[in-house]
Design a protein around this ligand. Structure first.
Ligand code: MN
Length: 232
C-alpha cells in the first residue's frame, strides 16, 4: 500500500443514492444533463422550434435530483413551472459512440420533472446569460423510483402530468424529436458519460405555473409515476 492510498477526504464525500424499483440497492447519481426543445409542441409554446441539426443541452447539479414527496417551494421566483420528462440513467462509461452503441449503456428510466424558474430563465435568455440558476436549484429535479431496464431502448409510451388532479401535460414518447439513443450519442461526443449519469429528455407542451401547496402527479407508461407536493 502506498502512502497515497492511505489519504482520506477532509470531509465525507456526498454521494446521492436514488431508490430503484424492486431493489434494495441504490443508484448513485452522477452528472445530470437535460435536453431543451425536444417536443415540437413545447418548442412552439416557448416561441421556438426543435433544433433539427443537433440537440442542445444544459445541466443540473446532481444535488438537484430528489425523491422527496414534499418539496419546499423554491425562493427567488414568481413563476415556477413543471416540465414532465422521461429520464434515462446510464450504467457504464461511454465516449464518442453512435446511436446504435447507446442502448448497451442504459441502466433504466424514471419519470422526472424539470422544475424551472421561468421568470429567471426568460431574463437569462433575454440578456444572453446562462440558465443555471433558473434550472439547477435545490430539488429542481424530482424523479420517481428508477425502473431497471438494462440495455433497453424506450421509444414509446404515454407521458402525462397533473396538477391538483387537473391534466396539464399529455403526450407520447414517440413525439420526441431526438430519441434516447441519439441523445446519449450526441452527449458522448462532447463529454465522457459515466455510470450514474442521467439525462432528462425534454418535455411536451402544457407547462404551467405552480403555486404553494400544489400537488404534482406525473406518469410514464411502463415506467412508473411520481407524486410530490410543494410545501412551505
Ligand atoms: Mn426541460
Amino acid at each position: 500500500m502506498t502512502e497515497d492510498s492511505k489519504a482520506h477526504f477532509v470531509f465525507k464525500p456526498i454521494i446521492r443514492g436514488m431508490v430503484i424499483s424492486e431493489s434494495t440497492e441504490l443508484f448513485p447519481i452522477g452528472k445530470v444533463y437535460c435536453v431543451g426543445k425536444n417536443y415540437a409542441d413545447h418548442a412552439k409554446e416557448m416561441g421556438g422550434k426543435v433544433d433539427e441539426d443537433q440537440p442542445f443541452f444544459f445541466s443540473k447539479p446532481p444535488q438537484a435530483v430528489t425523491q422527496l414527496n414534499s418539496i419546499p417551494f423554491p425562493a427567488q421566483t414568481d413563476n415556477l413551472q413543471h416540465e414532465v420528462e422521461l429520464v434515462v440513467f446510464l450504467k457504464s462509461e461511454c465516449s464518442d459512440i453512435s446511436p446504435k452503441e447507446a442502448s448497451q449503456h442504459i441502466f433504466g428510466y424514471a419519470v422526472g420533472v424539470d422544475l424551472t424558474k421561468r421568470d429567471l430563465q426568460t431574463l437569462a435568455k433575454e440578456s444572453g446569460k446562462p440558465w443555471d440558476l433558473s434550472k439547477g436549484f435545490d430539488n429542481s429535479a424530482p424523479i420517481s423510483k428508477i425502473q431497471q431496464k438494462e440495455g433497453f431502448l424506450l421509444t414509446e409510451g404515454n407521458i402525462s402530468l397533473r396538477v391538483n388532479g387537473q391534466k396539464k401535460q399529455s403526450s407520447n414518447l414517440v413525439n420526441m424529436a431526438w430519441k434516447v439513443d441519439e441523445l446519449i450519442s450526441w452527449l458522448s461526443k462532447f463529454i465522457t458519460l459515466k455510470a450514474g449519469d442521467a439525462i432528462f429528455t425534454g418535455t411536451p407542451s402544457g407547462v404551467s405555473r405552480l403555486s404553494l401547496n400544489d400537488k404534482i402527479e406525473a406518469e410514464i407508461e411502463n415506467i412508473g409515476s411520481l407524486s410530490f407536493e410543494l410545501v412551505q
